[in-house]
Design a binder for this molecule. Structure first.
Ligand SMILES: O=C(O)CCC(=O)C(=O)O
Ligand SMILES: [Fe+2]
Length: 233
């Protein structure tokens, strides 16, 4: 894992996050790694729960939260991405005048979550077929929130599935919402704001609220790996 993460252009990622609230991490997983992770979906013992999105009004399709211990690749991704994102998270909190700061080490941040009763793992595997979609939402699971999260596309647009675009919206104070469609190929990831992000205004930074979702899958099958850095209550 480390080699692909080390190869990321950190400055470009930080710049895109500051400008847009999201950034693409190209080729985070190989084709084989994508197929391996997507193939875990039916291994019941690896998961703590299954969510049917339609039942909750979340959309259509289903996802499963991994149980601890996480599969090695998922655990490695989470542990190795976090320290690269923590400095950006801290800078964002400073700009938004939010008091919380994040330690450099993910285990230390998880201990903070667990001590506060947020102890259930949040990495998840999502599966969409024709007609499935994921409503705009935020992955907030309690008081402790790491402000960035990552989603990895495990299927190839065009050949494995059609439609099913990753969408972000941002709500600026007193303005109408703006949408972005994130261009992803198989193995690419998007890192994006979980909740709020700072935007420079004429009188200093202000907060913009973001949501993410997936447009309707028209054909085929689409899998995603979601990596959220805080645990759930
Ligand atoms: O399937 C996707 O691309 C989005 C998944 C999602 O909502 C998440 O990873 O939090
Ligand atoms: Fe999500």
């Amino acid at each position: 894992m480390s080699a692909r993460i080390a190869a990321l252009d950190r400055d470009a990622v930080a710049m895109a996050l500051d400008r847009d609230g999201w950034a693409v991490l190209p080729g985070l997983l190989s084709d084989d790694q994508c197929d391996g992770v997507a193939g875990l979906y039916d291994r019941d013992a690896l998961f703590r729960s299954r969510v049917h999105m339609a039942r909750h009004g979340f959309g259509c399709g289903e996802y499963r939260y991994f149980a601890y211990p996480l599969p090695p690749l998922v655990g490695a991704l989470r542990g190795e991405l976090y320290p690269r994102l923590a400095p950006i998270a801290n800078r964002w909190h400073e700009r938004m005048r939010m008091d919380v700061r994040f330690p450099a080490d993910h285990a230390e941040f998880l201990a903070r979550c667990h001590d506060a009763g947020q102890a259930r793992p949040t990495p998840l595997l999502l599966k969409y077929g024709p007609g499935d979609y994921n409503c705009l939402h935020q992955d907030l699971y309690g008081e402790h929130v790491f402000p960035l999260q990552v989603a990895v596309l495990l299927s190839q647009p065009g050949s494995d599935f059609g439609g099913g675009e990753f969408v972000l919206t941002e709500q600026r104070p007193r303005m109408q919402s703006r949408a972005a469609v994130v261009p992803l190929g198989k193995g690419d990831a998007v890192v994006f704001a979980v909740n709020v992000r700072p935007v420079k205004g004429s009188r200093g930074d202000y907060r913009v609220m973001m949501r993410h979702g997936v447009s309707e899958v028209r054909s085929g099958s689409r899998h995603t790996l979601g990596v959220i850095f805080h645990d759930a209550g």
